[in-house]
Design a protein around this ligand. Sequence first.
Ligand code: ADP
Ligand code: ADP
Length: 223
Amino acid sequence: QYLIEIKNLNKIYSDGTEVKALDGVNLTIKHGEFMAIVGPSGSGKSTLLHILGILDTPTQGSIIIDNKNITSMSDKERSKARNKMLGFIFQYHNLLPDFTALENVMIPLLISGYSKNEAKESAQNMLKEVGLEDRMYHKPGELSGGQNQRVSVARALVNNPTIVIGDEPTGNLDTKTSDRIYELLRKLNRERGQTFILVTHDENMAKKTDRIERLIDGKIVNS
Ligand code: ADP
Ligand code: ADP
């Protein structure tokens, strides 16, 4: 039983010239996996990530997440599925600069309809899990790169998504800070059992995950 089943995925961009960004991608991912997708620039990583994240649709092929066929959903259903099932961690933590760490982490909960008190309590607990209990009332400008990335991780996970997608989650951090963020993601995967899919250039980090899938020219190659 797979959590994610991607079959024969093609993505063609055709604004002017045609670009086949994904070419017959097949991929199955189980519940709780901790994996990396690596590949050179232009190999289709972002395209695959956007489709996996229900942010974009393929030209051909199907994607089934948690027994639901994403490709046959309406925009509204896709948006609902995305908000319920996915958490995103970006390279450049796009936190809101005028809000505290706590408020940034509360936002997804407020959007999901939790009361302010419920959101605050869950966000505080999540910030504790990422080791930021002392920094909850600071704004992004008052936190280090690594601390801000922890806030991003907390924000991505606070709604308890089934799947956590990291787009170069340690991309702009120094080696030591990257290692610590990696350890944090690993700990959260172990403790919470969520599925982590990390797109990365960082071979060192990729090697530490349980599974590496390589993309070249829009195709998954066996390593
Ligand atoms: P990666 O993330 O591995 O760098 P991308 O998925 O961004 O790869 O890109 C894969 C290919 O698709 C590249 O050739 C890129 O130029 C092309 N591409 C990506 N997005 C678009 C777009 N919106 N329109 C046209 N071509 C695109
Ligand atoms: P909705 O249609 O539900 O308002 P949005 O398009 O605003 O959804 O985004 C929903 C989720 O997808 C948010 O968590 C947001 O951070 C994430 N998201 C939006 N755009 C991108 C993107 N280009 N790459 C990765 N994640 C994105």
